[in-house]
Write a new protein. Structure first.
Length: 281
């Protein structure tokens, strides 16, 4: 039996980081997202990453009132533009349909949608770790995703991008599960809440996830009220190659596939593991 053909791997894969400011005005948010895709296309990017809650956001909490289905205007527009520009998209949004909470009130799902360069939905990740910390109670408005759902890993130009979101960054087993599924790059759309030490936590955790997994990390935060922004791209050796401040920006970087292979050859820590990641149930 012949080996399964692999997609051609480029010397570098171009990724656009879209650090957007998102509010409750869906139309304005969609215009900003589409403009980011146009910017990515002009830069000849292979992938554009939008933040968590890119469809609509309220720093006081997001639930069913800001949710829309996957066939709604936001994801439909991303699919249309991805196909038109020939680039993949990873974006956070909120969809209805979560199990009601303990109080019987309806809840939504916080999701990350991956769209391939042909405009097809390649996968959907429903956030597992809800942000019930630092005075927030995300679980009052959102239902957690299933623990046993297959990891979301998207192939782009010969690199594999594993998807997690925001609070998941604090759980190293989530990142390791994606690497076990073949991820070379960890993509983290976020609306990282501001507060004491929070920007430092965000940066430190992104760097740690890169070093311990010998994987690049593309951590894309929201800008604006109640969130830190500060998107960053970290190499598999832990070196920060791009770091933004707290205002809206769209920037494009190249990820070097040869560098990833070289780092993993010099530091084969993934091969030295003695424990596996399994759901707690």
């Amino acid at each position: 039996m012949s080996a399964r053909p692999q997609p051609p791997q480029r010397p570098a894969v171009r990724v656009t980081v879209a650090q957007l400011e998102v509010g409750q005005d869906r139309h304005a948010n969609l215009l900003a997202a589409r403009d980011a895709l146009r910017t990515a296309a002009r830069a000849r990017a292979d992938l554009v990453v939008l933040p968590e809650y890119a469809c609509a956001f309220d720093p006081r909490g997001v639930g069913v009132e800001l949710a829309e289905p996957l066939d709604g205007p936001f994801v439909s527009a991303l699919r249309e533009d991805a196909a038109a520009h020939g680039l993949a998209v990873v974006a956070g949004t909120t969809v209805p349909g979560g199990e009601p909470g303990a109080d019987g009130q309806p809840r939504a799902h916080n999701v990350v949608v991956a769209v391939d360069a042909g405009g097809q939905v390649a996968g959907v990740y429903r956030k597992v770790h809800l942000y019930d910390a630092f005075g927030h109670r995300e679980s009052q408005r959102l239902a957690p995703g299933p623990l046993d759902a297959p990891p979301l890993v998207l192939d782009v130009a010969g690199l594999r991008f594993g998807v997690l979101t925001c609070y998941d960054l604090r759980f190293p087993e989530s990142a390791r599960r994606l690497v076990d599924a073949g991820a070379d790059v960890l993509v983290v759309p976020a609306a990282w809440a501001s507060g004491d030490l929070k920007a430092m936590h965000w940066r430190t955790l992104a760097v740690a996830r890169a070093i311990e997994n010998t994987a690049a990390v593309v951590a894309v935060g929201q800008a604006g009220r109640g969130v830190v922004g500060r998107s960053l791209v970290v190499g598999p050796d832990g070196v920060v190659g791009l770091e933004l401040d707290d205002v809206p920006q769209v920037r494009t970087v190249d990820l070097d596939a040869d560098e990833l292979r070289s780092v993993r050859e010099r530091n084969p820590s993934l091969a030295h593991r003695r424990y596996a990641v399994v759901p707690r149930g």
